[in-house]
Design a protein around this ligand. Structure first.
Ligand code: 6PG
Length: 247
């Protein structure tokens, strides 16, 4: 049973495995609701290592048989500047852990292209989102999954980078000087227009940063995770005990 936090929806679990399971349940519940209401479910996946277990669970018998996967549309919140076969590719991680194991039609998997020109790839992805969310001013993902990096970044919204002040674009190529690379990322307003947002945070290494993000003064240029504030949707924090240690 998760402990909750009164001012925000922060759910604290004993283990990272329980966090992964809670995220898979949340994913399945929202997907079921959206599919019965709208006939489709759109989700933007997170990269990094924390969500891998959630993706594996979703591909396990328990969840695989629960959802009509042909009505699920998979998008990505961010991507590294690497091809889909590269070990650092967020697409590759999701593909191996989940996508390849589920009956999701190929056109429903909307990969951010990581190889080649990042600026062109970002605009290509924005075009793909615009045709999916036809006529909307902002993308309206049913669910966006996010993590927090050690430096407070989320998606590929890194501290001090240009993407943090982007107010119009849905997707940008964001130069990350400390990594000397572009990342393609949804912008904060594009994320904030989602119906549901979940942060998955696990491990003692995240404890101090999570405290700063949630309890520290507002300083989103240094702590970009603080930019995530849904316009009308819900935001839930699924956190393990180790990461919640300093809250
Ligand atoms: C990425 C991300 C990123 C990630 C955090 C947490 O591509 O790296 O999408 O924002 O969610 O860095 O990553 P971990 O789960 O590996 O700690």
């Amino acid at each position: 049973m998760a402990a909750t936090d009164s001012d925000r929806d922060i759910r604290i679990f004993e283990t990272a495995e329980e966090v992964a399971r809670a995220a898979a349940d949340y994913f399945a519940e929202i997907a079921e609701k959206c599919i019965s209401a709208e006939g489709r479910f759109s989700v933007a996946l997170a990269g990094g290592s924390t969500p891998r277990r959630t993706y594996q669970l979703l591909a396990s018998d328990e969840y695989r048989n629960r959802l009509p996967w042909s009505q699920v549309h998979i998008f990505f919140g961010d991507e590294r500047s690497v091809p889909a076969t590269h070990a650092d590719s967020n697409y590759r991680m999701a593909e191996e852990a989940m996508i390849s194991l589920l009956p999701i039609p190929e056109p429903n998997v909307h990969r951010m292209v990581g190889e080649g020109d990042a600026v062109a790839n970002a605009s290509l992805y924005e075009g793909e989102l615009q045709s999916f969310f036809d006529g909307d001013t902002w993308p309206r993902f049913n669910l966006v999954l996010l993590g927090i990096g050690d430096d407070g970044h989320t998606a590929s919204l890194f501290p001090g980078t240009e993407a943090l002040t982007e107010a119009r674009a849905w997707v940008v190529a964001n130069w990350v000087e400390k990594l000397k690379t572009y990342r393609i990322t949804l912008t904060a307003p594009a994320i904030n227009h989602a119906g549901n947002i979940i942060f998955l945070v696990a491990g003692a290494g995240k404890a101090e940063r999570l405290r700063e993000v949630l309890r520290g003064p507002r300083d989103p240029l240094r702590l970009p995770s603080q930019l995530i504030q849904p316009v009308a949707g819900s935001l839930v924090w699924l956190v393990d005990k180790a990461a919640a240690e300093r809250l």
